[in-house]
Design a protein around this ligand. Structure first.
Ligand code: COA
Length: 254
């Protein structure tokens, strides 16, 4: 179900209070063990993003009410970028980083996260970015399943170098030339099980192993409630992923 009545806007500093209010509402709805699903941004963090020329903050409004927000970061080559541990074979100016998507509880399940993914993808492509990347907490399957459904691919599974949290890294090619050359004839399924939240620790270990073996999580099979994994076809493409994996092995000592 898609809610098309909501109005999409690029936010500015006048929306600061709205952003804080929605974030606070969402944080207060989290269980204690869900608090790390999102970075708890301060007023200063949001103000910095709203005033930055390398970030775009988007909001979806139901009338005057902000019901969803997200950030797109388009780093410059001379800047320190987010997720330096990922996709480091790309220059900053080739990358778009998807961050901080939040949807008001009353508006979930209507495709708003996907709409935010689509919006940021279009803007990133408009700015000539080659790939979009994101990092999602492993125990937030609502978010990574959604990103997979949208067409992002899992290419790395590991630990956040800053806080050690279990995380999943996903990417999407914004141009055909950047697409990973997947061998669609060889697939493996990873069933998520009937209680995906309870299964996260086991799923994380399995996904990490699959990713270390060079498999790419490419799609979600709704009927079987499973993730499909495929190997890459060509040497050339393989090297793109291998660079990431070598770096993660060095950083985390696998
Ligand atoms: C994650 C979040 C943004 C999803 O937003 P949403 O607008 O409800 O997502 P969409 O409507 O686009 O997609 C729904 C899909 O997401 C997945 N999903 C949503 N909630 C889920 C849940 N609780 N458990 C498992 N999967 C879930 C399902 O696959 C669902 O697909 P289906 O409708 O075919 O079953 C929203 O739940 C949220 O704001 N959570 C709190 C903040 C957060 O975790 N942000 C992500 C940070 S990376």
């Amino acid at each position: 179900m898609t809610n098309n009545k909501l109005e999409l806007r690029k936010l500015d500093i006048n929306d600061l209070d709205n952003l804080i209010a929605l974030q606070n509402k969402i944080i207060s709805g989290f269980h204690p063990d869900e608090q790390h699903f999102i970075l708890h941004r301060t007023r200063e963090d949001f103000a910095k993003a709203l005033n930055s020329n390398t970030a775009h903050v988007f909001g979806l409004f139901d009338g005057n009410k902000l019901v969803s927000q997200s950030i797109l970061s388009l780093p410059a080559d001379d800047q320190k970028r987010e997720l330096p541990e990922y996709a480091s074979n790309y220059k900053n100016s080739e990358i778009a980083v998807f961050k901080a998507v939040l949807v008001d509880k009353d508006y979930r399940g209507q495709g708003l996260m996907k709409r935010m993914l689509k919006t940021r993808e279009e803007v990133a492509r408009f700015h000539g970015r080659k790939i979009a990347i994101t990092q999602i907490a492993a125990d937030n399957p609502a978010s990574w399943v959604n990103a997979l459904q949208y067409g992002m691919q899992i290419t790395k599974v590991g630990y956040d170098p800053e806080d050690g949290a279990k995380v999943i890294y996903l990417q999407k090619a914004l141009y055909q030339s950047e697409s990973l050359n997947i061998d669609i004839d060889k697939s493996q399924k990873l069933a998520l099980g009937s209680d995906v939240h309870a299964n996260v620790p086991i799923l994380f270990n399995k996904m990490q192993k699959m990713s270390q073996c060079g498999l790419i999580g490419t799609a979600w099979d709704k009927e079987r409630n499973a993730i499909l994994w495929h190997p890459l076809k060509e040497e050339k493409q393989q090297s793109k992923i291998q660079i990431n994996q070598v770096i993660s092995k060095r950083a985390y000592g696998f």
